[in-house]
Design a protein around this ligand. Structure first.
Ligand SMILES: Nc1nc2c(ncn2[C@@H]2O[C@H](COP(=O)(O)OP(=O)(O)O)[C@@H](O)[C@H]2O)c(=O)[nH]1
Ligand SMILES: [Mg+2]
Length: 312
């Protein structure tokens, strides 16, 4: 319980550096009457767009506000903010679906982790390894980013720190072969959760998508029910570009979950609303820093409060 509160407080402090882009200055924007008017609502719409919420989700929220609130309520600052919070929460609620790494069959729960270079894949795998191990599960990692020696070493370091085995081949090896070996090994050892890291950049974007499809096929061959989760890691600070990435990965490998990282940086947080609206893929976890404790389950209510209410 205290851990949860700790994470929420840190999220609120770090998201937009503790300054909610949605509420900031809204009181200052109120006309001299102190009551919101058309201009205030227009400004709110602009702010949603500036917070990376995207055109579609912004329209949905504004329409919802007009539907939810009558003229009198729209002209009341507190009611307007409460309505905004309710609209955002109803948009985010459906994508709050926690990942439970268990399936009904035999063998490991296999998580294939994809995303562009630098999104935070390897770090997220490390953090999740620690989380799953703390839940009492046995964990194995596969160093599927075989293009950079540093990527393998980075995963091995997380593995060592958490006493989790890492399956790795030499740099330049076929990443599908690594994935295959890892599934076989996890099956043989009776491992509970296997997480497979992948490269984020090949010669071309098309090359990357082909590679990921191949990795997925090979995993399926080794274990027909796998992967049980195909997780896209998105850098929250890349704004609307994250949406384009999510669409592309989704069409290539059929995503079942998302992790949005770096919400502590220059991210404006609204990108999660855009993704929720446009993809509807569950947001499993969010990252707010580089440490193992800086990753937590996505909670729609907490996130909405962090986005809308000012900290401190
Ligand atoms: N501030 C911050 N940095 C992060 C977060 N997640 C990952 N990083 C950093 O982002 C950089 C790239 O992460 P990495 O896991 O190597 O990305 P990959 O290329 O997708 O595997 C590293 O320096 C990480 O420490 C986060 O939630 N917040
Ligand atoms: Mg990596």
């Amino acid at each position: 319980m205290s851990e949860k509160k700790g994470f929420f407080q840190r999220l609120r402090e770090r998201l937009n550096k503790g300054d909610s882009i949605l509420t900031r200055d809204i009181t200052e924007l109120l006309p001299s009457s102190g009551k919101p008017d058309e201009g205030t609502l227009e400004e709110l719409e602009t702010r949603l767009l500036m917070a990376d919420v995207g055109v579609d989700a912004t329209r949905k929220i504004m329409d919802g506000l007009y539907e939810r609130l009558d003229r009198k309520a729209l002209a009341d600052g507190a009611q307007l903010m409460a309505g905004l919070e309710a609209e955002i929460e109803s948009l985010l609620g459906p994508v709050e679906v926690p990942l439970v790494p268990e399936h009904s069959g035999e063998g490991p729960f296999v998580i294939l982790v994809v995303g562009v270079n630098g999104a935070g894949k390897t770090t997220t795998i490390g953090k999740l390894a620690r989380r799953f191990r703390d839940e009492g599960r046995s964990v194995m990692l596969a160093a599927g980013d075989t293009f950079r020696a540093a990527a393998v070493e980075q995963l091995q370091a997380w593995g060592e720190r958490n006493e989790v085995p890492v399956i790795a081949h030499a740099t330049g090896a076929d990443s599908a072969a690594v994935a295959h070996d890892a599934v076989q090994s996890a099956l043989a050892r009776g491992t509970d959760v296997l997480m497979i890291d992948t490269a984020g950049r090949l010669h071309t974007q098309a090359g990357l998508m082909d590679e990921l499809r191949k990795v997925k096929r090979v995993i399926q061959k080794a274990m027909p029910s796998a992967p049980h989760e195909t997780l896209l890691v998105l850098d929250g600070s890349t704004g609307q570009n994250a949406i384009a990435q999510a669409r592309e990965f989704n069409s290539a490998v059929d995503l079942s979950g998302l992790v949005v990282t770096k919400l502590d940086g220059s991210a404006r947080g609204g990108v999660i609303l855009a993704v929720a609206r446009e993809l509807g893929v569950p947001v499993r976890f969010i990252g707010i820093g580089e440490g193992a404790e800086d990753l937590d389950v996505f909670r729609a209510k907490d996130f909405t409060r962090a986005l809308v209410e000012k900290s401190g």
